[in-house]
Ligand binder design. Structure first.
Ligand code: SF4
Length: 199
């Protein structure tokens, strides 16, 4: 089954970091299924090189980007800091809406290699993928926010253009996109980004 290596090649070519393979597996073109082989998978996402490619985000993640941008002072998150750094440093940053594991997943400590893949994509699984209630929530949330923003899987736009859409169509955070506890950070993030982009 080639799903694991296909995922590896995709991650490397897209700059999402390195999926290293230890020992004899490194030279193979495909890995058979099996726990022993699975245990030889090594994920190393440190120092990801995003280059100029769009930031891949699932639909429910842009509000989190805004909220974490709002609380960026002193932020030290393996998952969010690399993304917030891109927002801060690239005034023309583009976002592509994707359905499977995205750039937030790249640094997520819950991501695990799994040759069988999961509901969120090939080659990996995580606690979210294993939790039917979470899968249901994420799926419903994605459907809702895609409708609110008028977007679709595969849509690509500048973050500069996404911010006004969020301001207008998603003024209040709800369950699945950060909830009330993130509202203040979200509003600050929207204000800061509107100022950054001269909106
Ligand atoms: S829990 Fe899973 S789906 Fe959520 S960010 Fe982490 S790896 Fe991605």
């Amino acid at each position: 089954m080639k799903t694991t290596l296909s995922r590896r090649r995709m991650l490397i070519s897209s700059g999402c970091g390195v999926l290293g393979l230890i020992g004899e597996s490194a030279a193979g073109l495909a890995l058979p299924l099996g726990e022993a082989r699975t245990q030889k998978l090594l994920l190393d996402r440190s120092g990801a090189k995003w280059g100029s490619r769009p930031m891949f985000l699932r639909p429910y993640h842009p509000p989190y980007i805004v909220a974490y941008y709002g609380r960026r002072e002193g932020l030290n998150s393996a998952k969010w800091s690399p993304l917030i750094l891109r927002v801060a440093n690239d005034p023309d940053l583009k976002v592509r809406i994707v359905e499977a594991f995205d750039d937030a997943c790249a640094g997520c400590p819950k991501l695990e290699a799994d040759p069988m893949g999961s509901v969120w994509g090939v080659g990996h699984t995580c606690s979210s993928a294993k939790d039917p209630a979470m899968v249901d929530l994420v799926t419903r949330t994605n459907k809702r926010i895609l409708g609110e923003l008028g977007l679709f899987f595969g849509a690509e736009m500048r973050l500069k253009d996404l911010v006004p859409l969020l301001q207008k169509n998603v003024p209040l955070l709800y369950e699945g996109i950060g909830g009330a506890e993130s509202q203040a950070d979200y509003e600050k993030g929207l204000r800061d980004l509107a100022g950054k982009y001269g909106l």
